[in-house]
Ligand binder design. Structure first.
Ligand SMILES: [Zn+2]
Ligand SMILES: [Zn+2]
Length: 298
């Protein structure tokens, strides 16, 4: 009886070897992907394809009843608010609403602090003559947004003044320096390394931070959270955590639906700084229309 059992063993071992070789060669498993025409992360159950990797414009989900309009934009991940400067910003959650209050004082160095402040740094020679008048002082900003913001049926242009609150506590402005006056190269050269300067209402950001060693708080060509805009959608740096690269699926507002470092795999709609230079080597934080309904920042 020894001979057949040895043969059986040889057969079993060789089958195992064969099957493991075969599975090494077959490196992919095909799955079904559903078309997502409206980019809301939900797929059309009647349009599908199978492939090993996710095709562009297709998702694994198959629950979209109407793939011509975005039906879900997801909830803002609460963990994102841990990135805000707690010395300046207070965040309160009340049912469907989130309120962000700030004193506008950033937690980083700037030549716009008064010289007696510990965060004051001397201006660089290049921009000293372009600096706007005034020093950083406390200014109150309050923004109340929906915890689950939705895209509006039409987009909204942003206005003068604060259009969002950055993680540092200072406000985010758009691409204008006055009514229908775009930022100029002259004005831009007065920005500090953080992409901010002074205006009549106080210290504010227009541009992405420069790549300098002092820059520890705002995004520079990375996936850091920059802040929250007045329609309730978060604004991230030029890269997305979902791919660790510049996203290629952004809409006209720099937005898309993807997971971020804050959302534990959950996909939700958020903006990115659009990876295009604005003036010289400067990059705007947000110079496009809002996809949601803007709330007033008071
Ligand atoms: Zn300004
Ligand atoms: Zn993203």
């Amino acid at each position: 009886m020894k001979v057949p059992s040895l043969l059986t063993l040889v057969f079993v071992v060789s089958s195992l070897l064969f099957s493991s070789c075969a599975s090494d060669e077959e490196t992919c498993t095909e799955t079904t992907w559903y078309q997502d025409s409206d980019g809301d992360g939900l797929g059309n159950p009647s349009v599908s394809t199978t492939s090993c990797t996710q095709p562009s414009g297709y998702v694994a989900d198959s629950n979209d009843d109407d793939d011509s309009i975005a039906t879900s934009t997801g909830s803002t991940p609460v963990a994102a608010f841990d990135d805000f400067n707690e010395d300046a910003v207070t965040v309160s959650f009340d049912g469907d609403e989130i309120t962000i209050e700030s004193n506008g004082l950033p937690n980083h160095t700037s030549p716009y602090w008064s010289e007696s402040n510990s965060l004051y740094i001397a201006p660089s020679v290049a921009n000293e003559s372009q600096m706007s008048p005034g020093t950083i002082s406390s200014t109150s900003y309050t923004l109340t947004v929906q915890a689950t913001p939705e895209k509006a049926s039409s987009t909204s242009a942003t206005g003068l003044g604060a259009i969002g609150i950055a993680v540092t506590g200072a406000p985010i402005f758009n691409d204008e320096e006055g009514p229908n006056i775009a930022l100029s190269a002259n004005v831009a050269s007065g920005f500090d390394y953080a992409g901010a300067h002074m205006g009549p209402t106080g210290y504010h950001y227009h541009l992405e931070a420069s790549n300098v060693t002092e820059n520890t708080t705002l995004s520079y060509d990375d996936e850091k959270l920059v802040g929250i805009l007045q329609d309730g959608f978060l604004l991230y740096g030029r890269k997305c955590d979902a791919t660790s690269d510049h996203p290629s699926d952004l809409d006209a507002s720099g937005g898309h639906i993807a997971a971020t470092q804050h959302s534990d795999g959950e996909e939700f709609y958020h903006y990115h700084i659009i990876n295009e230079t604005y003036i010289g080597s400067y990059i705007l934080l947000f110079g496009v229309d809002l996809q949601g309904t803007p709330n007033t920042i008071m």
